[in-house]
Design a protein around this ligand. Structure first.
Ligand code: PLP
Length: 359
C-alpha cells in the first residue's frame, strides 16, 4: 500500500510514473534492455534525453537562447560551480539571504569570490522574503543569487526580482515546475531533481547562452557549463536513469495540462493547509503570509510536548515524513506536484482530529 509521503526530498513521485518505470524496467520499448544498461551514446538513450529536454523546454517555455544541462553533484555542488562559471574577470557576487539554503550558497561562494549579502531575512528568523526596496546591491557584481523557495523555512518568492543587466541566478530546487515562470528574467536557474522532478543524482541547469565562456581556468571540465553545453551534457556519462525518470515526470506534467494547470492545483492544495492553520490556534504557521511557500509548509504545535504523539498518530494513518527540519523544529509538510490533493485533505483531517482529542 502506498502512503502519503510528505518528505522534503527525495520526495514523492507520481504513482503512474513509478508504475511505468516498473513496466519498462527489464525491456525498454522492445530494446531488450533496461534504460540502466544502455549506452548513453546509443540511439535509444539519445531519444530519451532529447525528449526529456524538449518536454522540459515546453513545460517552462524555455527560450531558444538558453541551454538546458543535465548534470550531477546536486544543488550544493552548484554553489561552487556558479562562481566558477560566472565570475569571469569579476571578483564579487551579490547574494540574498532568505534561509538555510541561501546560507549554504553564500558560504560555498566565499571560497571563490567576495560575497556581498545585499539583503537578509535573518532579523526575523528567515520568515519572509526581503522586498527589493530593501536590497542594497553592490556596484559591479558578477551576478545576483537568490533561492526562490527555501525548502526548510518554507519561504517562497512569488515575484521576480529585477537585477537590471546583472544576471539573476536562482536555486529553484524545491519549486521548479510548480508554477509558471518567466525564464527570460533569469541568467541561470538550477537545482537538484529530487524535490519536484525525479530521483536524486540529477541536477538541472538552465543557462543563458551569453553567460557561457566566463569560467575560471581552474574549473573542472565536467563542471564547466560551456564544455557540457558543447557536448549536450555528455562530456562524461550523465545520470542516465535519473534523466529517464525525469522525462517520464515531464510527460506526466504535460498530460496534467502543463504548468498553468499544475499551478492552480498547487494553489488549491496549499490553501487547504494554510486556511486551516489560519483558523486554528492549536497549530502555528511561522511564515509571513505573502511569502508562504506552496511547496513546503512548516508548522508548529503550540505545545511542543505533543510533537512526538502527533507524528506517531500521523504515521499510523499513513501520513509520513512530517517531522520538521532540525533547524526549525516542529512539523513540515512538503506538498510537491506529485502529492495528490487527497493527501493534503487527509493531513488536515488528521490535524483537526488530533486537535479535538488533545486541544
Ligand atoms: C535540497 C536543496 C538543496 C540541496 O540539494 P542537493 O541536491 O542535496 O545538493 C539546495 N537548495 C535547495 C533550495 C534545496 O531544496
Amino acid at each position: 500500500m502506498r502512503i502519503f509521503n510528505f518528505s522534503a526530498g527525495p520526495a514523492v513521485l507520481p504513482e503512474s510514473v513509478l508504475q511505468r518505470a516498473a513496466d519498462e524496467m527489464l525491456d525498454w520499448h522492445g530494446s531488450g534492455m533496461s534504460v540502466m544498461e544502455m549506452s548513453h551514446r546509443g540511439k535509444e538513450f539519445t531519444s530519451i534525453i532529447e525528449k526529456a529536454e524538449a518536454d522540459f523546454r515546453t513545460l517552462l517555455g524555455i527560450p531558444s537562447n538558453y541551454k538546458v544541462l543535465f548534470l550531477q553533484g546536486g544543488a550544493l555542488a552548484m554553489n561552487a560551480f556558479i562562481p566558477m562559471n560566472l565570475l569571469g574577470s569579476k571578483t564579487s557576487a551579490d547574494y540574498i539571504n532568505t534561509g538555510e539554503w541561501s546560507k549554504k550558497s553564500i558560504s560555498e561562494a566565499q571560497k571563490y569570490c567576495q560575497v556581498h549579502v545585499a539583503a537578509s531575512a535573518e532579523d526575523r528568523d528567515f520568515t519572509y522574503v526581503p522586498p527589493q526596496s530593501d536590497w542594497q546591491l553592490s556596484k559591479d557584481p558578477a551576478y545576483v543569487h537568490i533561492c526562490t523557495n527555501e525548502t526548510i523555512g518554507g519561504v517562497e518568492y512569488n515575484w521576480v526580482p529585477d537585477a537590471g543587466s546583472v544576471p539573476l541566478v536562482a536555486d529553484m530546487s524545491s519549486h521548479i515546475l510548480s508554477r509558471e515562470m518567466d525564464v527570460s528574467k533569469y541568467g541561470v536557474i538550477y537545482g537538484g531533481a529530487q524535490k519536484n522532478i525525479g530521483p536524486a543524482g540529477l541536477t538541472f541547469c538552465i543557462v543563458r547562452d551569453d553567460l557561457l565562456g566566463r569560467a575560471l581556468p581552474i574549473t573542472p571540465s565536467v563542471c564547466n557549463w560551456k564544455d557540457q553545453a558543447e557536448h549536450d551534457s555528455m562530456l562524461n556519462t550523465p545520470p542516465t536513469y535519473g534523466i529517464y525518470i525525469a522525462g517520464l515526470v515531464f510527460e506526466w506534467l504535460l498530460q496534467q495540462g502543463g504548468l498553468a494547470k499544475i499551478e492552480q492545483l498547487n494553489i488549491a492544495k496549499a490553501a487547504i493547509l494554510y486556511d486551516y492553520l489560519d483558523e486554528t490556534d492549536f497549530y502555528i504557521s511561522p511564515v509571513n503570509r505573502a511569502d508562504r511557500s506552496r511547496m513546503n509548509v512548516p508548522f508548529h504545535l503550540i505545545d511542543k510536548k505533543l510533537d512526538e504523539k502527533f507524528l506517531q498518530g500521523a504515521q499510523q494513518r499513513g501520513l509520513l515524513q512530517l517531522k520538521g527540519h532540525r533547524v526549525v523544529g516542529g512539523m513540515r509538510a512538503s506538498i510537491y506536484n506529485a502529492m495528490p490533493i487527497e493527501g493534503v485533505r487527509a493531513l488536515v483531517e488528521y490535524m483537526k482530529e488530533f486537535q479535538r482529542s488533545n486541544g
